[in-house]
Design a protein around this ligand. Structure first.
Ligand SMILES: Nc1ncnc2c1ncn2[C@@H]1O[C@H](COP(=O)(O)OP(=O)(O)OP(=O)(O)O)[C@@H](O)[C@H]1O
Ligand SMILES: [Mg+2]
Length: 307
């Protein structure tokens, strides 16, 4: 069942912690440095007809982090997101999420995985014909068997959680500001207490203050709920302010992933122009804690080159 006017997502979902782990096994793999990796993509290639969009892409997403996923327009950020969610087919490679290869999983295993993620798509935030309360309840109706009163209570909790006023509950999307729509869409992605949320350009179209407030909200949710956040973004403020690590998409693969320092030190024309451009320089100037030209180190936590 479609969850918005313009997209067909499995949307914000149920609490995997209540469902038990898939196959009774660990839901994550440790990487070489001992990080808890809940999404592990290896050598992923995706084509549409003869057009190859992703070619040998690898990426890790660690539990509890805010990962910023960045890259030029049309490079394939949304395609990768949809591929992780099983909405696009890949031709090569593997993607494990919570220790499960979603593509090869049984229906039951897929359902268990789907119920642990929430999604805010780039286009198609909400159903226009449903109120905010009803939008938030869409995943509940799909995955749970709850009384209307309980669903109302839960949806109102989500409205609080994302910082919307309670009187937004019975408003329709057309009656909301852009920032309120993003928050309502986030509330729906959080509908059933997921372990990870995927956010595709969550602050696009917001003014800098609204965008910054949204980033604060994401950080608070990460800290209070232990949420893992996979955030596709063009927003340098978000990358500098909110993200624990960043991955850069270029040449159809992840060029580099690591903390901001690793981006600032990485030697690639696009990465350099993006992270050392005029806008970035302004942000760095406002934040004395950021070293604008760190040297690359071989520390386990610094940038991992994937080229
Ligand atoms: N279903 C599809 N069929 C054919 N081509 C597609 C499909 N989905 C995406 N593409 C193509 O894949 C490429 C990458 O698209 P994608 O939407 O992932 O870019 P993006 O990095 O998210 O860009 P933006 O920053 O503008 O959102 C584009 O050339 C797009 O036209
Ligand atoms: Mg996109």
């Amino acid at each position: 069942m479609p969850l918005s006017d313009t997209d067909l997502p499995p949307d914000g979902h149920a609490n995997g912690r209540n469902l038990g782990l898939v196959g009774g096994e660990s839901d994550a793999a440790l990487d070489a440095a001992g990080h808890d990796v809940i999404i592990r993509a290896r050598n992923v290639s995706v084509s549409f007809g003869t057009k190859k969009v992703l070619d040998g892409l690898s990426l890790d997403v660690r539990r509890g982090e805010i990962l910023g996923f960045v890259g030029g327009s049309g490079q394939g950020k949304s395609v990768l997101l949809r591929t992780i969610l099983g909405l696009n087919q890949k031709q090569e490679g593997t993607i494990e999420i919570f220790g499960t290869d979603y593509e090869r999983a049984s229906d039951k295993e897929r359902l268990a995985v789907e119920q642990r993620w929430g999604v805010l798509f780039q286009h198609g935030a909400l159903f226009s014909s449903l109120s905010v309360l009803e939008n938030i309840q869409v995943p509940m109706r799909e995955y749970l068997d709850l009384s209307p009163g309980l669903m109302d209570d839960l949806a109102r909790l989500k409205i609080d959680l994302v910082g919307l006023p309670q009187d937004a509950a019975h408003k329709f999307p057309s009656e909301l500001s852009g920032g309120m729509i993003k928050r309502a869409a986030l509330a729906r992605a959080l509908s059933l207490d997921p372990d990870i949320v995927f956010l595709d350009e969550p602050t696009s179209g917001l003014d800098p203050i609204g965008a910054s407030e949204f980033d604060e909200l994401i950080m608070t949710l990460r800290d209070t709920l232990g949420l893992t956040v996979y955030m596709v973004t063009h927003d340098l403020d978000s990358l500098f302010q909110a993200c624990d690590r960043i991955a850069v998409l270029g040449n159809k693969k992840v060029l580099v992933e690591g903390p901001l320092d690793a981006m600032l030190a990485f030697d690639d024309p696009w990465v350099k122009s993006y992270f050392h451009g005029k806008r970035a320089r302004t942000i760095v100037a406002d934040r004395p804690s950021i070293d604008p030209a760190p040297s690359q180190t071989d520390d386990a936590d610094s940038g991992k080159e994937n080229a």
